[in-house]
Design a binder for this molecule. Structure first.
Ligand code: ARG
Length: 260
């Protein structure tokens, strides 16, 4: 599973790069790509339950993905609009045109590529296991069989958990709800992305992230298959933002060594 997802992500990255090479530099007019607002607005669907990528701060969605989206909009001369919805509604929202893009710490997977396109990846991540520090029966990935695993509905953690032999998967709308269930010993562990895991463990006493390296993933922006013009523009913007260090400094702002 690990290698498969990674291979797909790399293939996607390579084919996007190939596409990019053939695309022109017109980043001016994207107005007609947005059918819902009719203006140069980039509507980003996200799920603000995923610190530090997207979370609520005084009634505002903030985080790495929001800053990256804003930086892309600045490059493309677009205005950013944010639609905060359930994680498993993001792909349908993008497919239907309700949102232009999904930016939600979303992992590139073979399955998702069936229904949606992805830009080039903008960062990498891993899946980790959170357990109660005291009395956990899960000490590594090898102990997962037959256990009750909490996940956020529709995430890659959900998919991995479903692959574990004999495991019961408890799906929650929010990763934070899975973490609360773990604290109450309703489940044996939580499988979730590493940075949100760190944020949840920092905010809650008595939890530990198991040290094993687990699934490696790449995050990218999802976009409708029939919106390749916008995808090319975003890829161009992304490669500039990577090259000039903007992406790195956005990530460092939220994931500094002092944030741990
Ligand atoms: N990386 C995982 C996935 O793509 C989890 C993403 C969850 N993101 C969120 N904003 N809740 O499935």
């Amino acid at each position: 599973m690990t290698k498969k997802i990674l291979a797909i992500a790399l293939t996607a990255a390579l084919s996007c790069t190939a596409l990019l090479a053939g695309c022109g530099g017109d980043t001016e007019n994207t107005a007609e790509t947005n059918s819902t607002t009719g203006g140069a607005t980039l509507t980003m669907a996200t799920n603000a339950e995923f610190p530090p990528y997207e979370y609520m701060e005084s009634n505002e969605v903030v985080g790495i993905d929001v800053d990256i989206a804003q930086a892309i909009c600045d490059k493309l001369g677009m205005t950013l609009a944010i639609d905060n919805i359930a994680f498993d509604s993001i792909i349908p929202a993008v497919q239907s045109g309700k949102a232009d893009v999904g930016i939600a710490g979303m992992t590139v997977t073979e399955d998702r590529l069936q229904s949606i396109d992805f830009t080039d990846p903008y960062t990498t991540a891993t899946q980790v296991i959170i357990v109660n520090t005291e009395g956990s029966t899960v000490a590594s990935v090898d102990d997962l069989a037959g256990k009750t695993i909490g996940v956020q509905l529709g995430t890659t953690g959900d998919i991995y958990a479903s692959d574990v032999e004999g495991a019961t998967v408890e799906q929650y709308q929010k990763g934070a709800d899975a973490v609360q269930a773990l604290k109450q010993n309703k489940i044996d562990c939580v499988i979730i992305d590493s940075e949100p895991a760190k944020a949840f463990v920092a905010a809650n006493e008595g939890l530990t992230i198991l040290p094993d390296p687990f699934e490696e993933e790449e995050y990218a922006i999802c976009i409708s298959k029939d919106n390749s013009e916008l995808k090319d523009k975003i890829n161009t913007a992304l490669s500039e933002l990577k090259a000039d260090g903007t992406i790195d400094s956005i990530v460092a702002k939220y994931i500094g060594s002092d944030a741990e």
